[in-house]
Design a protein around this ligand. Structure first.
Ligand code: ATP
Length: 353
């Protein structure tokens, strides 16, 4: 993997807060990368370090092999798209998109050609003569994107680009952004606090926690093999059991042994959590390595599948299972007893960090 952007041990402090704490990461060419994490974890600061709007207190920012740490934002081959879009209200869509190239004093014919090209890609050609106020939220978003893309940056940085859109449009634009990135072949680095958004769009995700990277990898890796309790709880739903590591898994104070494979970083006797995804629980519990019985508390239908909550003696939180709709006839009614099971291979033993 050739690194297009390399952040090397970057630190950025604001007074006593270390917003970015010795972060290193590399963005590949042509990659859709997401910085994900809860509010205040340092995502925006990291993005602004790459863009050049913040300087690191220590560490380096390399772009395309060159040290850009002291280079001004405008001189970097990156473009940051702001959440507010910042379109000029009195200008047409085409003029908004052309603006940046006019500032660069490019020949008129080249501007026309590049604007036409990018409007086409963003599916805005038919709207070229409209003003921003005559556009929908999603269309405005596309104009902002077109305006950023027309400058042909090596990296496009997007800070919560879909935050202003309603849910349905946001889902549509997630796919749209991905298509666009694929088509233009530019590296995208997006900031989001929405885990679903990151999983849907990104080739790789860096999940941040208090200024550091908790885990970096493809979405499926973070989902299936979370490195810590924090990662497992931030991404998707998870059932957790707290206890002590034993050779066969985890010893829970009231449930006894829960089977799972012990990762190398955990030693027998360590305090840890065993985690299992709701979709790994089954009502065909008889031949499973782990079985828990309890009373059905709630059944909720969700289109293609159902979520059931089961109260288990000795557990504070109810167990959540996601079952296929075909399981419906085998689930007892609310209040009745049920046994759920899962295999040891689907248990994840996690340190409590
Ligand atoms: P959000 O999702 O809420 O935007 P974030 O993950 O993008 O959060 P940052 O905006 O990078 O987080 O902020 C990280 C930390 O640095 C926070 O504690 C924030 O209060 C602090 N911080 C950011 N910018 C400044 C600043 N200019 N002055 C002082 N503190 C700042």
């Amino acid at each position: 993997m050739s690194a297009l952007v390399a952040v090397e041990q970057a630190v950025r402090r604001f007074g006593s807060v270390t917003a970015v704490d010795a972060v290193s990461l590399a963005l590949a060419e042509n990659e859709f990368f997401a910085l994900l994490g809860p509010s205040g974890c340092g995502k925006t600061t990291l993005l602004r370090l790459i863009a050049g709007f913040e300087r690191p207190d220590s560490g380096r920012i390399m772009i395309a092999g060159q040290d850009m740490t002291q280079v001004r934002p405008r001189q970097r081959p990156v473009n940051l798209m702001f959440q507010s879009y910042a379109l000029f209200p009195h200008m047409t869509v085409a003029a908004n998109v052309a603006y940046g190239l006019e500032m660069e004093r490019l020949p008129k014919s080249e501007i026309r050609h590049r604007v036409g090209e990018v409007l086409e890609i963003a599916e805005l050609s038919a709207l070229a003569k409209r003003k921003p106020e005559q556009l929908s939220g999603g269309q405005r978003q596309r104009v902002a994107l077109a305006r950023a893309l027309v400058k042909r940056p090596k990296v496009l940085l997007l800070d919560e680009p879909l935050a202003a859109l309603d849910r349905q449009l946001r889902e549509q634009m997630q796919l749209e952004l991905k298509r666009l990135q694929h088509e233009v072949g530019i590296t995208f680095c997006i900031v989001t606090h929405d885990q679903e958004e990151a999983l849907v769009m990104a080739d790789r995700v860096a999940l941040m926690q208090a200024g550091r990277i908790a885990q970096l990898g493809p979405p499926q890796e973070l989902y299936e093999h979370p490195a810590t309790h924090f990662v497992a709880s931030f991404i998707g739903r998870m059932n957790f059991f707290a206890g002590k590591v034993v050779a066969e898994g985890l010893q829970h104070q009231s449930l006894g042994l829960l089977r799972g494979e012990r990762p190398a970083e955990l030693a027998v006797g360590d305090k840890a959590s065993l985690a299992v995804r709701p979709e790994r629980l089954s009502v065909d519990a008889a031949d499973k390595d782990n079985r828990l019985s309890g009373a059905v508390r709630e059944i909720s239908y969700r289109g293609g599948d159902l979520l059931i909550q089961v109260g288990v003696d000795g557990l504070e939180e109810p167990l959540t299972a996601r079952l296929g709709i075909e399981a419906l006839e085998r689930i007892p009614e609310v209040g009745a007893a049920i046994t759920l099971g899962w295999d040891a291979t689907h248990s994840r033993l996690l340190s409590n960090s």
